[in-house]
Ligand binder design. Structure first.
Ligand code: BG6
Ligand code: MG
Length: 221
């Protein structure tokens, strides 16, 4: 089936906010006496704010009250947004702006599929909000990645079948969500973390110019 829609995750794909999430969660974990390592953090990528804190608490073997849980998630977001406030148009990851502009020139439809409730704010900060034909974010979805809901909603808003869409993701959970949704998954990051993706590239500058056009004719695994 011809590929006609491209759905992008936000954090760690369009902007390097995955690192800001890591710094903020590392600080929260430290207040609980737990060290969040980069390896464990891979399991937080793509995961909602609430599920992320629950995972940290499970790893640490700690139980807290609902009140403290709510405080920690909102405190983490304040800390995260302080990092986001330093961002500008220069913080779009290398090659992404050009990649999306080319897709649009070639007639592909482009959507955002993010778990973040801060997605629109971040897209506005970096001047990318007008690049998307559809935006699905943490305020629209009820089932978190690896459930495919976020990407299925994106495809539907683009007026396309899942099989007509390619998803760009940096997280294990997000690649699984795309695969579960019947879409072509492209991992952005390290092969060792994203081996379940149909294709993996370190970053957008590594993607061959005609990659998306070639996908249409290729059989995906
Ligand atoms: C995802 C990130 O995009 O959004 C996760 O990969 C994050 O790390 C999730 O927890 C929710 O983001 P936010 O901005 O709503 O806390
Ligand atoms: Mg991500």
């Amino acid at each position: 089936m011809k590929i006609e829609g491209i759905i992008f995750d936000l954090d760690g794909v369009i902007v390097d906010t995955a690192h800001f999430h890591y710094l903020a969660w590392k600080k929260t974990a430290a207040t609980l006496g737990f060290e969040l390592t980069p390896e464990l953090n891979e399991q937080l990528k793509g995961v909602s704010r609430i599920d992320s804190l629950q995972k940290i608490l499970d790893w640490a073997g700690i139980e807290i009250t609902q009140e403290r849980f709510d405080f920690l998630t909102s405190d983490k977001n304040v800390d995260y947004l302080a990092h986001v406030a330093t961002m500008s148009a220069d913080d779009v990851l290398p090659g992404v702006r050009e990649f999306i502009a080319k897709l649009k020139r070639e007639g592909y439809r482009v959507a955002l599929g993010s778990a973040s409730k801060n997605a629109r704010h971040i897209l506005e900060r970096v001047g990318m909000i007008d690049q998307f034909d559809a935006i699905v974010d943490g305020t629209n979805v009820s089932a978190a990645k690896p459930d495919p809901e976020v990407f299925l909603q994106g495809a539907e808003l683009l007026g396309l079948q899942p099989q007509q869409c390619v998803v760009f993701e940096d997280s294990k959970a997000g690649v699984t969500a795309a695969n579960n949704g019947g879409m072509v998954s492209v991992g952005i990051g390290k092969q060792e973390h994203l081996s379940h993706a149909h294709h993996v590239f370190e970053n957008f500058e590594q993607i061959p110019t005609d990659f998306i056009n070639l996908l249409t004719s290729e059989e995906v695994k």
